[in-house]
Write a protein that binds this ligand. Structure first.
Ligand SMILES: Cc1cc2nc3c(=O)[nH]c(=O)nc-3n(C[C@H](O)[C@H](O)[C@H](O)COP(=O)(O)O)c2cc1C
Length: 182
């Protein structure tokens, strides 16, 4: 069965994510790109990954990049998400500033920035899987209101509706409960 590309994109759009701007320096300039294909990967060592399209300009510099930053966006930063996705159509660019971080430039005013040393680049179809080892964390200003992306739209989350998820760090030593399903 060949997968319908539109349905595939719509299905993926049902997985709500945050939005980040990846920043890195190569060829003597700061480069930035909006991404939501981002995941935590490993706690020990601390690894994360992001997936740039092979066509993205950032991908052309992957063999030169030794470090990069993943800047999670705050809910009022959707203009920056559009700008760094190359989708800004207004004459005046939104206000932003790159500041020197521990791993090259970081986007000032982000929710949180993960500063990473390049760990590995793996091929993943028409994208690259870029794995970074997090070497420094930069905490943004509280309260942490994230920019959320769901079904092709930027969203706000209702911070009043929280229900605690299990604290897996606290139950680590308990035997696992295995549910079998026939
Ligand atoms: C919310 C959002 C999430 C995106 N996530 C990704 C992503 O994870 N990977 C990717 O390659 N492009 C992603 N894009 C598209 C890139 O930001 C865009 O194609 C990129 O800026 C192109 O870079 P270039 O103009 O430097 O080639 C996303 C765009 C938006 C608006």
């Amino acid at each position: 069965m060949t997968l319908d590309a539109g349905r595939f994109r719509r299905a993926l759009g049902c997985f709500a994510t945050g939005v980040a701007v990846i920043t890195a320096e190569f060829d003597g300039a700061a480069h930035a790109m909006t991404a939501n294909a981002i995941s935590s990967l490993s706690l020990d060592p601390p690894l994360i990954l992001f997936c740039p399209s092979k066509k993205a300009r950032l991908s052309a510099g992957l063999n030169l990049i030794k470090e990069f930053s993943v800047n999670f966006l705050r809910n009022e930063q959707e203009a920056l998400a559009n700008y760094f996705a190359g989708a800004w159509r207004k004459p005046i660019a939104p206000t932003f500033r790159f500041v020197p971080g521990h791993c090259g430039p970081r986007l000032e005013g982000s929710l949180v920035t993960l500063e990473c040393a390049m760990h590995e680049v793996i091929e993943g179809g028409d994208h690259w899987i870029v794995i970074g080892r997090v070497v420094h964390l930069h905490d943004g200003v509280e309260p942490h209101y994230p920019l959320v992306f769901f079904k092709g739209q930027y969203r706000d989350i209702d911070m009043r509706q929280g229900v605690p998820a299990p604290d897996l760090a606290a139950v680590e030593d308990e035997p696992p409960h295995i549910f079998y399903h026939n």
